[in-house]
Design a protein around this ligand. Sequence first.
Ligand code: SAH
Length: 216
Amino acid sequence: MNDTFRHQGLRRQLVDLLKEKGITNRLVLDAIGKIPRHLFMDNAFLEYAYQDKAFPIDCEQTISQPFTVAYQTQLLDPVKGEKVLEIGTGSGYQSCVLAETGAKVFTIERHRPLHDATKKRFESLGYFTIKSFYGDGFKGQASYGPYDKILVTCGAPEIPAALVAQLKIGGLMVIPVGDILAEQVMTTVLKKSEKEVEIFEFDKFRFVPMLQQKAR
Ligand code: SAH
């Protein structure tokens, strides 16, 4: 694995920047300090890997900005041993951040090439416990549910009912909701009972859209 002292130094600077931007969760900061983000991107962008920016990956998708990853993970507040379902595997970076916090990670991607490449990446980086699926995140992954937490990393037009159904009672979903071509509001959905959810809204973000069905 090609991870140099220079990469490690740049990661420490990124962690300091995220602290300045208000990220306080130790597990999240440690995960970002540890994971070689440059190995999740195309070579052309290697030198940018530790800037706080989103970057293009395959299939016209993006690896989320580190601040966004940290913000979502901090809201999700994963606890060791919890089952977490992620929608939008993409590069797999967010999945690895979740795995580093001790969560049991399940992740779904609708683009086959991304799913295939990222599955291999998990293995080559030693993340053997992450289970990845090629499928439609609107449907979730009921066979492995219910989940303690669900994290959606694409901009959703609404809160998918199937995902609420796959949360445990007391479980939490973090999902950006809004106009999929403009801005979305970071939203938390706490499942209080089979019939009742409590919803809170946070800051605005711009994600790539959550789209129906597997891509062809
Ligand atoms: N978590 C990723 C972010 C990737 S961008 C990372 O850390 O790199 C969001 C991803 O969501 C894209 O790869 C996109 O293809 C995927 N996506 C969009 N709609 C989806 C859906 N319905 N089901 C599964 N994945 C979806």
